[in-house]
Design a protein around this ligand. Structure first.
Ligand SMILES: [Zn+2]
Length: 332
């Protein structure tokens, strides 16, 4: 049993709830110990009103409780993984710009707690809880020292050291902003040459649009229109790759190159057991992409006779909700 998780029968019998709050969906699970009992998913309300999002969160909580067949009194606590800046102690989310209504500060923890009769509610960064989920229940189970890198709109990360999530002063694990090229591509954070500028979906799309303007051919935007999407999603990249799209190959090669540099540097610093690649892009691109990264990492590893295991997630898009539920079981 990993440290920090309640052991024995008493801890295992209480139910914890985990909510993964995203810009497009809200995913909630109910856990008993490490076992997932129920789950519910709804689209994130797009009205731009934070209260509507909170109502939707509460709706998924009631749905999962109904599936399990118990009421709120059987619940030990609720964990919520949210994008944006998180004040863990106050339960406040700030600048979660992808979640409609959440661009200013939202007292998410206290509001959910009040609606559930004062239940314990804990909030943390969505990527960090996802990494916690993969470490305790998913691909990272056998490893004490692990880095999770979530490839999505941006690139987030979470660090497990000696079996515990490492917060630093609140911002540990932000591997997306490790520099891979001085004065390189512009990143969403405003700086240049970060990993995210090469391996984050939003920046990859910007690059694709730029190359198309310069006359390069691609099926990426054709697929996007066919699917009535407004953005290049992870699934669109996978489909374009199946068409043998050269621009897509080039973008993914750049992403793999940047990841290999950042991960090899992290490995040389921390001597990790494992690195887990997750997030929408990590999950969709799967083993072939992992292999590409591993191959390019190898020449940069100092201890090259024992490289880390590099894996993709086991829980897929449930890792955030499961991790949030595990967070709820930890002492405040
Ligand atoms: Zn950056």
């Amino acid at each position: 049993m990993p440290p920090g998780y309640p052991s024995g029968v008493a801890g295992a019998q209480r139910i914890t709830l985990g909510v993964d709050l995203g810009g497009t969906k809200i995913q909630t699970v109910a856990l008993r110990g490490l076992q997932t009992l129920a789950s519910a998913r709804v689209p994130t309300p797009q009205s731009g009103v934070a209260d509507d999002v909170i109502e939707a969160i509460l709706g998924t909580i009631h749905t999962t409780l109904a599936q399990v067949g118990c009421d709120a009194s059987a619940v030990e606590g609720v964990g919520i993984g949210s994008p944006g800046e998180i004040d863990i102690a106050a339960g406040v989310v700030t600048q979660a710009a992808n979640v409609p209504g959440f661009s200013a500060s939202v007292r998410l923890g206290p509001l959910v707690s009040e609606a559930l009769g004062g239940m314990k509610v804990r909030i943390d960064n969505d990527v960090r809880v996802g990494v916690l989920g993969e470490h305790r229940v998913g691909a990272g189970r056998p490893y004490a020292n692990m880095l999770g890198v979530w490839l999505g709109t941006g690139v987030g990360g979470g660090l497990i050291l000696d079996g515990e999530l490492h917060d630093g002063r609140g911002a540990a694990g932000e591997i997306g902003h490790v520099v891979v090229k001085p004065n390189g591509r512009k990143c969403g954070c405003g700086r240049r040459g970060c990993l995210e500028a090469y391996a984050g979906r939003a920046r990859m799309e910007r690059r694709a649009r730029k190359l198309v303007k310069r006359g390069q051919d691609t099926v990426l935007f054709e697929i996007m229109r066919e699917e009535s999407k407004e953005r290049l999603t992870s699934g669109i990249y996978v489909k374009a790759l199946k068409h043998g799209d050269e621009l897509t190959k080039q973008l993914l090669a750049d992403a793999a190159w940047a990841l290999a540099l950042a991960l090899a540097s992290a490995q040389n610093l921390l001597d990790l057991d494992a690195i887990v690649l997750g997030g929408g892009m990590g999950d969709k691109l799967g083993q072939a992409f992992v292999d590409q990264v591993v191959k390019q990492m190898a020449p940069h590893l100092f201890a090259d006779d024992h490289p880390p295991v590099v894996l993709h997630t086991e829980l897929g898009d449930l890792s955030g909700a499961v991790g949030a539920a595990l967070l709820a079981a930890e002492p405040m």
